[in-house]
Design a protein around this ligand. Structure first.
Ligand code: NAG
Ligand code: CU
Length: 235
C-alpha cells in the first residue's frame, strides 16, 4: 500500500509541474539579467536535439540580442545564475522535480555578440551530474540558482560563447521527453595561455535522442548517470 501511494505522488508531481516550473540561465557573474546573456522571452525547454535551437535556445523561445561582451579572466571562476522566470528570486530556481545534470560549454568565435553558435567548435568545461543521491539540479537549487564553473586557464584568449545547459529528466523515459534548457553568454576571455587546443564537437550533432543520458528513466532507481556530450575538457 505504502509503495503504490508513493508512486502516485511521484507521478503527480512530475505531471503537475511540467508547465509551470521551467528555468533560464539569465545572468553572468552577478550582472544584470540579459546583460551579455541572450535571454529568451519564455522559460520553456527545447526537446528536439537535432534542432539549431539546442545551441543557444530560440524557436519557441525567441531570444533577445545583447551587444555586451563580458570580460572574463582565464583561470577564474564564473557564475551562471539560473531562475524560473526573468523576474524570479533565488528561492524560485526550477521545480525540484526537474532533476538532471547542469553543464557548461565554450566555443571560440570571432564576434561573440553576433555568432549563432551553430556548428563545430564546442567543448564542455563543466558537468555536475548525479552522485548516486543528488543531482546537479538539486545542488543548483541549494545554491540559489548559482552555477559556479572555472574558465580553463590553458585556452586561447579571445571571444567565446559560454553555453550554460541544464537537462530535466522527469519525462525522459519516453522519446523526446528530456527537457533541455540553455542560454548563451557572450564573453571575452583574457590572459589564456593558449597552451592547449580542446577537442570539440558540433551542436547540433553531439547529442542523439537515444543517448543513455537523454532517453533515461529517472524513477528506475539507477545509481549512475552518463550525461550526453563529450568528456569535460581539462587543462
Ligand atoms: C577582449 O580583450 C582583449 C584583451 O584585453 C581586448 O584587446 C579586446 O578589445 C577585447 N574585446 C572585446 C570584444 O571586449
Ligand atoms: Cu519545466
Amino acid at each position: 500500500m505504502k509503495f503504490s501511494t508513493s508512486l502516485v505522488v511521484v507521478a503527480a508531481v512530475a505531471v503537475s509541474s511540467t508547465a509551470s516550473a521551467h528555468t533560464i540561465f539569465l545572468s553572468l557573474n552577478g550582472g544584470a539579467v540579459g546583460d551579455g546573456v541572450r535571454v529568451p522571452s519564455y522559460d520553456g525547454p527545447i526537446q528536439e536535439v537535432t534542432s539549431n535551437d539546442i545551441v543557444c535556445n530560440g524557436g519557441p523561445n525567441p531570444t533577445t540580442a545583447t551587444s555586451k561582451v563580458v570580460t572574463v579572466a582565464a583561470g577564474s571562476k564564473a557564475t551562471l545564475t539560473w531562475r524560473h522566470t526573468l523576474t524570479s528570486g533565488s528561492n524560485d530556481v526550477i521545480d525540484p522535480s526537474h532533476k538532471g545534470p547542469v553543464m557548461a560549454y565554450l566555443k571560440k568565435v570571432s564576434n561573440a555578440a553576433t555568432d549563432s553558435g551553430v556548428g563545430a567548435g564546442w567543448f564542455k568545461i563543466a558537468e555536475d551530474g548525479f552522485d548516486g543521491t543528488k543531482w546537479g539540479v538539486d545542488r543548483l537549487i541549494a545554491a540559489g540558482g548559482v552555477q559556479s564553473i572555472t574558465i580553463p586557464q590553458c585556452i586561447a584568449p579571445g571571444q567565446y560563447l559560454l553555453r550554460g545547459e541544464l537537462i530535466a529528466l522527469h519525462g525522459a523515459s519516453s522519446a523526446k521527453g528530456a527537457q533541455f534548457y540553455m542560454e548563451c553568454a557572450q564573453i571575452n576571455i583574457t590572459g589564456g595561455s593558449a597552451s592547449k587546443t580542446p577537442a570539440s564537437v558540433s551542436l547540433p550533432g553531439a547529442y542523439s535522442a537515444n543517448d543513455p543520458g537523454i532517453l533515461f528513466n529517472l524513477y528506475s532507481g539507477a545509481k549512475t548517470y552518463t550525461a550526453p556530450g563529450p568528456a569535460v575538457f581539462k587543462c
